[in-house]
Design a protein around this ligand. Structure first.
Ligand SMILES: Cc1ncc(COP(=O)(O)O)c(C=O)c1O
Length: 379
């Protein structure tokens, strides 16, 4: 199957009971047994649930992987990956990453004796000098949040393989419509399915996809043992969201490009971050590993004034000022005071998250309305 068919049919079968085309929402915690152990493959919904299982098969299908796992949030999915590690292990991570991932790494896992190296990965060769005998995981986010840095997944995978280290890629921004990290050599793909996979800003959910059976078994043990699983209603919603992922992403990309170009020509804008510009660092890698450039665009106003940036986001009317991204509706965020508030100012500024940075999740509304909205807010 091609990708645009997989989003609708990948891993899916019609309901065995009545032929329902969409998997029913199996709103049950447990399953009747005829004799102890005599059941139809489902015992308890923390371990397995038919609606969640349909979604997990869809995750695996769209990421070209063998095994999909659903979690109660993106962070719960990352948490499960970190639980593969032991005290004393080391992780080499992208430095410009989602603030919540940074918080989980530094505030939760460092105290269990796991050491993190946060480094710029725009030149993937940089990674190698941080790999020691204790390194067990390389954590990559690309495009990064919110600076849109592009990291060469294939080059990272070559290094990870050379040192027998796992490579995990947070594919939330790109989605499998744009890039499929397992095909580029990653061991684990992670998603905040809250974002583009769900696509309608109505669910919190996480996903992991892997190819290796042993790794899948270890992660599914953690999924069940730790218990951060989504319910059947949310699983249904994300499954429904995935069915239109390809058409939504196509429009997100078109609108993202139009807005990046509009902002780039605006006299009050200092800089626009969007990987589709030929001047964007690693644009050529983006062109090779991604099908298009996505719907996320960040920009900085001239003068880098905190209050001015706040005024702009307050004035927006079609764009909603809100955390999150990837829904059909356009959102605007001010990373310094919102998503990245948990990263110390000196740390965030090193990666470009300055006071006037505004991040847009460009939705699928009419692009003329989006541009008019930006025009009235920026002035
Ligand atoms: C790139 C990225 N990774 C992970 C997460 C965490 O996902 P969740 O909010 O579903 O826990 C987010 C959330 O914004 C994100 O943007």
């Amino acid at each position: 199957m091609k990708f645009n068919t997989k989003t609708i049919h990948g891993g899916q079968e019609h309901d065995k009971a009545y032929g329902a085309v969409m998997p029913p929402i199996y709103q049950t915690s447990t399953y009747a047994q005829s004799t102890p152990g005599g059941h139809k493959g489902f015992e308890y919904s923390r371990t397995h649930n038919p609606t969640r299982q349909a979604l997990e098969k869809s995750f695996a299908s769209i990421e070209n992987g063998n095994y999909g796992l659903a979690f109660a949030s993106g962070l719960a999915a990352i948490d499960a990956v970190l639980k593969l590690l032991n005290p004393g292990d080391e992780v080499v991570s992208t430095n410009d990453l989602y603030g919540g991932s940074y918080r989980l790494f530094t505030k939760v896992y460092e105290k269990f004796g796991i050491k993190f190296h946060f480094i710029g990965m725009e030149n993937a060769a940089n990674i190698e000098q941080y790999i020691t005998a204790k390194t067990k995981l390389v954590w990559v986010e690309t495009p990064t949040n919110p600076m849109m840095n592009i990291i060469d997944i294939k080059a990272c995978s070559d290094i990870a393989k050379k040192h027998s280290v796992l490579l995990a890629v947070d594919n939330t921004f790109a989605t499998p419509y744009l890039q499929q990290p397992l095909d580029l050599g990653a061991d684990i793909v992670m998603h905040s399915a809250t974002k583009y996979l769900g696509g309608h800003s109505d669910v919190i959910m996480g996903a992991l996809v892997v190819n290796d059976k042993d790794l899948a078994e270890r992660l599914s043990f953690i999924q069940n043992a730790s218990g951060a699983v989504p319910g059947p209603q949310d699983s249904f919603l994300v499954l429904r969201g995935i069915k239109t992922l390809h058409v939504r992403m196509q429009r997100h990309c078109e609108n993202g490009e139009a807005i990046a170009n509009y902002l780039n020509g605006h006299p009050k804008i200092e800089k626009v971050y969007w990987p589709g510009f030929t001047s964007h660092p690693n644009h050529n890698i983006a062109k090779t590993q991604m099908k298009d450039f996505g719907g996320m665009v960040s920009f900085v106003t001239k003068g880098n004034n905190y209050d001015e940036a706040i005024k702009i986001v307050e004035k927006l009317k079609v764009f909603t000022l809100a955390e999150s991204l990837g829904g059909v509706e356009s959102l605007a965020g001010h990373p310094a005071s919102m998503t990245h508030a948990s990263i110390p100012k000196e740390e965030r500024e090193k990666t470009g998250v300055v006071d006037s940075l505004i991040r847009l999740s460009v939705g699928i509304e009419d692009v003329d309305d989006l541009i008019s909205d930006l025009k009235q807010a920026i002035g």
